[in-house]
Design a protein around this ligand. Structure first.
Ligand SMILES: Nc1ncnc2c1ncn2[C@@H]1O[C@H](COP(=O)(O)OP(=O)(O)OP(=O)(O)O)[C@@H](O)[C@H]1O
Length: 563
């Protein structure tokens, strides 16, 4: 399969956005190279002056100035390179993170949270170094090239002696890039796999402890370690071999230049200073060997950029330009189908749910309740068909119109804000203390939030919340943002019956202005809804009032677990 030209785009963007700093790196590298190139000729002149007994002050001062200039520009170059790397990394991270958030839950599902974090943290930093390395590499090529020209100008026969070994050196570098690129790619992939498994294990630490499978889990996480080691060693071997080959070839090239220059001095066609300059230029021209390290860094950076590009290639949902007309949250599913890996998990040919009322969605585990809720809130787009809110297909709505109209709460909400207050107020600009407390009261969360070490100001990591309490914080967050459609996907499952009934007072309170879609596991929750959508194997088996459906033993079986 032909390899896609991945990774080019992030690197090109990095170079374009950091153009000023990149220019500074280029300038400093060129200036340092120019000073370094001028030095051997000046040294040669100083030598000749000393040997001939002339005043050598001028050439010696010249040598000092050139040395100082080379040191200054090298230091500036190091500073600009570090700044360019840091800025490019920050931009790459921001851009990729924005894309991940825009792509929604599917992004984490496809690549896994651990792998995503590894790409955003480690790979972004490696890719961020690429523009500076590329500029340094391009500018660095000028030093050997300039040295070669200077060698021709000093004595063309020495340049011919040098040129004879050049094709071998070029071949060496080419082989290195190929082998190094392959091992870098495999190394980064193994790293991502370990990171992914590690995050899974940390999230499932309780399950692992309860199952007593710590050792097995550790072995599973470290499974890709031999591959990581193999590829790491291979990278070092490739670099070591190339460096050794270069270390053998380069002195030979320098020696051949020195030999030819020596013959020319013996023939009286070159001065001793000229011989010295020719030898120094030969050393600078063979500086191409230093490329191996830089080239390695660039190859690794490009493979890291490939991995960022894979993230940037994840599809993001398109949002249209439409606003919603006045309405009360009427939902309509038209031939909506959800497929995962070729399997149809939900198929809803026609389903109309009136606005201003409460709909409960019930069904056995795996019947498609969460998939229906995800379609209604556009956390997922149907593989075929469409979903309309108050007559407008969801993809036609602007992002703001959609997220203002639809509010969601989940079974296992993440506490995303810095404090409990911020978590409840998430997504609402300046909600005010009273609104947050009111929402927490409605979600039966006010009592336990008040008892936290710093109340609403408690940082989330220091808020020891039970599963049911987290759910109530999630509900409070949903209640802070009243839209025209409220979707609760299993968001009451962790609440005891009394608390669930209390929250139900708010949830099921007749309100003609907005609709509610509630994934329900309890018969009493379904009984309070205006209608029930009963799902079975991804299809709507029946729609009707709970009392009516309850006459069917198969419907009663859905609640057979006695929740
Ligand atoms: N991202 C996914 N990839 C593959 N299959 C999926 C994915 N999401 C859901 N499914 C499958 O779709 C089916 C319906 O899942 P869904 O979560 O909608 O069921 P549910 O009725 O909400 O179940 P539960 O009550 O257990 O939460 C299941 O068989 C599930 O395995």
């Amino acid at each position: 399969m032909p390899r896609r030209p991945f990774g080019e785009a992030p690197l090109r963007d990095g170079l374009r956005q950091g153009a000023g700093l990149a220019a500074l790196v280029l300038l400093c590298t060129l200036a340092a190279a120019a000073a370094t190139l001028a030095l051997p000729a000046a040294l040669g002149r100083a030598f000749d002056a000393v040997l001939s007994g002339e005043d050598a002050t001028g050439p010696v001062v010249e040598c000092g100035l050139l040395l100082g200039a080379a040191a200054l520009f090298t230091a500036l170059d190091a500073l600009a390179t570090a700044a360019l790397g840091a800025r490019t990394t920050a931009r790459l991270r921001t851009r990729t993170l924005r894309h991940v958030l825009a792509a929604g839950p599917r992004a984490a599902e496809r690549l896994g949270p651990g792998d995503l974090v590894a790409r955003l943290v480690g790979n972004a930093a490696q890719a961020g170094a690429a523009p500076a390395t590329a500029v340094a590499l391009a500018a660095g090529a000028l030093l050997p090239a300039g040295a070669l020209v200077a060698l021709v100008l000093t004595d063309w026969t020495t340049a011919v002696a040098f040129a004879v070994g050049m094709p071998l050196l070029a071949l060496l570098l080419r082989l290195f890039v190929r082998a190094s690129g392959d091992s870098s790619e495999r190394y980064l992939a193994a790293q991502g796999l370990i990171a992914g498994r590690l995050v899974e294990a940390v999230r499932g630490a309780r399950t692992v402890a309860a199952a007593g499978t710590r050792d097995r889990e550790a072995a599973r996480i470290l499974g890709p370690l031999p591959e990581l080691r193999r590829q790491g060693l291979r990278m070092w071997r490739v670099q070591g071999r190339s460096t050794a080959q270069a270390a053998t070839l380069l002195p030979l090239l320098q020696l051949s230049v020195l030999a030819v220059a020596g013959l020319r001095v013996a023939a009286g066609e070159l001065s001793v200073g000229g011989l010295f300059a020719a030898w120094r230029y030969a050393v600078l021209a063979t500086g191409i060997g230093a490329f191996v390290g830089q080239l390695n860094a660039l190859v690794r950076a490009r493979r890291a950029a490939d991995r960022l590009q894979e993230v940037l290639d994840l599809p993001t949902p398109h949002h249209g330009p439409s606003q919603l007309p006045a309405g009360t949250g009427r939902l309509e599913f038209r031939g909506a189908v959800v497929r995962h890996a070729g399997r149809t998990v939900l198929d809803v040919p026609v389903l109309r749910l009136p606005g201003g009322s409460v709909t409960a969605v019930v069904g056995r585990s795996g019947s498609g309740k969460s998939s229906l809720a995800a379609l209604a809130g556009r956390l997922e787009d149907p593989s075929a068909g469409s979903v309309l809110l108050d007559g407008v297909p969801l993809p036609e709505l602007t992002h703001t119109a959609l997220r203002t109209a639809v509010t969601q709460a989940f079974a296992r909400p993440e506490l995303v804000g810095a404090t409990v207050h911020d978590t409840i107020a998430l997504g609402v600009r300046d909600p005010g203390e009273a609104r947050v407390v009111q929402a927490a009261r409605e979600a039966c969360a006010h009592g336990f939030v008040r008892r936290l070490p710093a109340g609403y100001a408690t940082p989330c990591p220091s808020a020891p919340l039970s599963g049911g309490e987290r759910q109530r914080v999630g509900l409070a967050r949903a209640f802070t943002r009243p839209g025209r459609l409220l979707i609760l996907d299993d968001a009451l499952s962790g609440l005891d019956s009394a608390t669930a009934a209390q929250v139900g007072e708010v949830l099921f309170h007749p309100s003609p202005s907005h609709a509610r879609l509630v994934v329900a596991h309890r018969p009493e929750t379904a009984a309070r809804a205006d209608r029930v959508v009963w799902l079975e194997d991804g299809r709507v088996r029946a729609v009707g009032p709970h009392a009516e459906l309850w006459r069917d033993p198969a419907y009663r079986e859905v609640f057979g677990g006695g929740e």
